[in-house]
Design a protein around this ligand. Structure first.
Ligand code: DPP
Ligand code: ZN
Length: 878
């Protein structure tokens, strides 16, 4: 397929004002009749043919203004319906297509999940339902009639508000009509039909309107939807209070389905969710699951304004809705939970996914300027780095300036298909700020490296920071520009107190600001009137998404880990110490030398553990080391994943052994029976308790294993039981098989819990794991047809078990590649996702790198690759 280029954007030739759909659901022969009112776009090119997109469509018939057209006047294929020589005036086009939803394994367009019918149209799935100008800048008002067998699909849902429903006389069928008054692009279209149960609750909006909120689930699972409902109501209130965004329909429905390629989808008034992000009870979901459900419910709801009321002009602008909406859901979770802990979580995700993507062959800018397959751009860069850009914007403009820009954006662009430029212009217009240099964050790929050197002048009592930035080349971008980098700083005195910031280099209104803005390649910032040499705390709260290098000594980092008032940097100082140790030890192990000296890190973690004023969730984060993938990225080249795994495991044993008394104390203090509640404080206590137990068991200290066995048996919630099972699986091979068997026996009826069981086994860092996975692919609980099962077993293995995925014999590479090629025939999006796990292959040592490269070449040479897989494999090799 030819690449699509941002520079080639042209307005649509034809607009579609209204769409009337009539969908008669049938397992293998669903008919779709579509009536479009079209008119020439005044901004389009006059006299252009009308080209409607299709994808694997079976054309039945069409009429123009009620009459059939001579076959010489149009061309139709499964991928397009083209009509030439149309008069430049409003027209009515009626088209009928025929679909087989049961055969739709791509899970794009209309498909079946279990016995239900559902749709997924983002990005380009609507063209798999009917011929249509499938692009986000064509906005239409939709009326949808859905008809189905009343037994098969007693529930019929569409976008917007329900209009009417009833039986189809003389048949076993019934129908429902839905009308959505808000013009929308077709990627936000959805319908659902099935035998579903629901919970329903009213919500009163800020202006006093009542909205009926419904969550639909498989029969018998309504008791698992109450947390999602609670999160939805809190999200709706938060968006009113924080951004003045009120909901705009009479109903808001969410449907949970078991087969879904993504997490969830923000279809107007009818969100469709992967059921793993709806269903939760204390017995089946962990604290992490609850937090994700809350975050994704909020994310999809927030799209109603950032995505739906204001949508994207074209798919290059995907970050306009995604980065902004991720930022909004992060802020919501920060307000609902603990802001510093949420920030630590988000930065961990950013580094492990986005930084990894940005430093390898799949690096791309937040707003790419070309793509071959848009499905491959739902990435950590577009989402998470996109959110970081919004966060920096807020840091630079301040809360009030940021809110003023958002208000103007909603006011000016409501109803538009907008661009990143439109968005940024609102902020410069609202605040007077010049954002031209800042805009580079959207177009330049790669993580900037920022270097900080400090100079303390005892006589002058000044402290100077020499700061420089550099971004390494990425594919297609050999030469990099400088970026606007906002660095939040603090200076700590010898007793750990915050020193006043007096900038001697700055203009009067910047003099006491704790935000240093680097725009050029290098700059010097000087602080004056200091009583003693300060310790620098910089990039507080991770104010810029950068790789930071400083000249802070081990003692300085230990000091920050003990005293920094910025909780993120306190955590980060300990992580930096850990990373330094892990990188040095991985190198030493490869050369057969002794591990590095862990004393500073042990002291840092010890002081965090001893500080009972800290949030338990924060302490749990401090106990948790950088992942093997994070360490590999830090090493950057010639990586031996076995050495990395050994270094990390060794450090966990050191921490568990040396800190045993404090860990035992923490465990015992927190292991008091209390009824389960998923709130952040209780979750934090469990995270610390189980984190302490994990280190003890790993070190075989403090009766860690016996305590874990007991926890597994007595746990009354999934968080504790899964934590115990995880520890036993990794740290107690002799307990492993019995525990895994017991877990499966307890939960085999619950696919979402079985997923946890699959993932746990996929992540065992032992050579037997590959065979175990092969065996599990034949297990009755596994299915290649269900994306959650595939991601839980094979996706998890490929992405987060680096020592086994990159076995030097190449067998795991071969297995994963074979799986990808099989999957590509049924579900290319899922296949391409898993292939993305090869993204860091170039950093491996020679033997493993050669195996990865050969494997990628074999995939590239396979016949009939989807555009999804061929795009990733070409770029990965590129
Ligand atoms: N737009 C969805 C989301 O990120 C993904 N398709 O919410
Ligand atoms: Zn989204």
């Amino acid at each position: 397929s030819q690449p699509v280029r941002l520079a080639d954007y042209r307005p649509p030739e034809w607009l579609v004002d209204t769409v009337e759909l009539d969908v008669c659901l049938h397992p293998t022969a669903t008919s779709v009749r579509s009536k479009l009112t079209l008119r020439p776009n005044p901004e389009g090119q006059a006299g252009a043919p009308l080209v409607l997109d299709g994808d694997e469509l079976a054309f039945v018939s069409f009429t123009l203004d009620g009459a059939p057209l001579d076959p010489s006047g149009y061309a139709v294929s499964p991928t397009a319906l083209t009509i030439k020589n149309l008069p430049a005036r409003p027209l009515v086009l009626e088209i009928e297509t025929l679909l087989n939803p049961s055969a739709n394994t791509k899970l794009m367009g209309l498909y079946r999940s279990g016995k239900s019918y559902c749709t997924q149209c983002e990005a380009e799935g609507f063209r798999r339902i009917t011929y249509f100008p499938d692009r986000p800048d064509v906005l239409s008002i939709y009326t949808t009639r859905i008809e189905a067998d009343v037994m098969e699909a007693p529930v019929l849902l569409g976008n917007g508000n329900p209009v009417e429903s009833g039986p189809v006389a003389g048949t076993s069928r019934h129908y429902a009509v839905w009308h959505d008054p808000w013009p929308k692009p077709c990627y936000l279209f959805a319908l659902v039909g099935g035998a579903l149960d629901r919970i329903v609750e009213p919500f009163t909006t800020a202006s006093g309107r009542t909205v009926e909120l419904g969550i639909y689930v498989e029969p018998g699972k309504t008791d698992r939807a109450s947390y999602a409902m609670d999160a939805l109501k809190r999200s709706m209130r938060w968006d009113e209070e924080t951004f003045g965004c009120e909901y705009d329909l009479d109903v808001f429905n969410i449907v949970a389905v078991a087969d879904f390629n993504m997490g969830a989808m923000e279809n107007k008034g009818l969100n469709i969710f992967n059921d793993k992000y709806i269903l939760a009870t204390p017995e089946t979901a962990t604290d992490v699951d609850y937090a994700r459900i809350e975050g994704i419910i909020a994310h999809e709801y927030f799209h109603n304004w950032t995505g739906n009321r204001i949508t994207c002009r074209d798919w290059f602008q995907l970050c306009l809705k995604e980065g902004l909406t991720v930022f909004r859901d992060q802020e919501f979770s920060s307000d609902e939970r603990s802001r510093p802990v949420k920030r630590i979580d988000d930065v961990r995700v950013l580094k492990s996914h986005q930084f990894a993507e940005d430093s390898g062959p799949l690096a791309h800018s937040v707003r790419p300027d070309t793509y071959r397959e848009i499905n491959n751009f739902y990435t950590a860069t577009v989402y998470e780095k996109g959110a970081e850009i919004i966060r920096m914007l807020k840091t630079l403009l301040g809360s009030q300036g940021f809110r003023a820009g958002m208000d103007l954006y909603f006011e000016r662009h409501d109803g538009d298909a907008a661009t990143v430029e439109d968005f940024l212009t609102c902020f410069s217009d609202a605040t007077g700020a010049d954002l031209r240099h800042f805009t580079r964050w959207y177009s330049q790929a790669g993580t900037p490296r920022v270097n900080v050197e400090t100079r303390w002048d005892k006589t002058a009592r000044t402290f100077a920071l020499d700061i420089s930035q550099q971004t390494l080349p990425t594919p297609g971008q050999p030469v990099k520009q400088t970026l606007t980098i906002p660095l939040v700083v603090g200076l700590l005195g010898p007793d750990g107190s915050e020193l006043p910031l007096i900038r001697s280099d700055a203009t009067s209104n910047e003099r006491s600001s704790g935000i240093l803005v680097l725009e050029g390649e290098r700059a010097c910032f000087t602080f004056a009137d200091l009583p003693a040499r300060p310790i620098l705390s910089i990039n507080r709260g991770f104010s810029a998404p950068i790789e930071l290098r400083t000249d802070l000594s081990t003692e300085d980092l230990l000091f920050l880990a003990r005293h920094d008032s910025d909780a993120f940097n306190r955590f980060d100082a300990a992580q930096t110490l850990a990373m330094g140790y892990l990188v040095a030890t991985a190198a030493a192990l490869r050369e057969g030398k002794a591990p590095a000296d862990p004393n500073a890190l042990v002291a840092a973690v010890d002081s965090v553990l001893a500080d009972h004023s800290l949030d338990a969730a924060f302490v749990a984060q401090a106990l948790s080391l950088p992942s093997e993938n994070d360490i590999a990225r830090e090493i950057g080249h010639d990586v031996d994943p076995d050495a990395v795994a050994a270094a990390r495991k060794g450090l966990r044993q050191v921490l568990g052994g040396r800190l045993a008394p404090a860990l035992i104390a923490a465990y015992e203090r927190l292991a008091i029976p209390e009824p389960y509640a998923p709130d952040a404080v209780s979750a934090g206590r469990r995270a610390l308790k189980n984190g302490a137990l994990d280190l003890l068991a790993t070190a075989r200290a403090g009766d860690g294993i016996a305590r874990t066995v007991a926890l597994y048996r007595t746990a009354d919630n999934m968080t504790d039981r899964l934590a115990a099972l995880t520890i036993l699986t990794h740290a107690a091979p002799q307990e492993r098989e019995a525990a895994l068997e017991d877990f499966y026996a307890r939960y085999h009826d619950d696919p979402l819990v079985v997923d946890k069981w699959l993932t746990l086994q996929a992540l065992i860092a032992e050579p037997e794991t590959l065979d175990r996975i092969r065996t599990l692919t034949r297990h009755p609980a596994f299915s290649m047809g269900n994306p959650n099962r595939v991601r839980s077993l094979i996706g998890a293995f490929a992405a987060v078990n680096p020592s086994q995925m990159h076995r030097p014999d190449g067998q795991a590479h071969a297995f994963v590649a074979d799986t990808i090629l099989v999957l590509d025939r049924s579900n290319p999006q899922l296949a391409a996702r898993i292939l993305g796990s090869f993204r860091s292959w170039r950093q491996l040592e020679t033997v493993r790198r050669t195996s990865a490269e050969n494997t990628l070449r074999r995939i590239a040479q396979a016949d009939n690759l989807s555009s999804d897989v061929s795009d990733i494999v070409m770029r990965a090799l590129g």
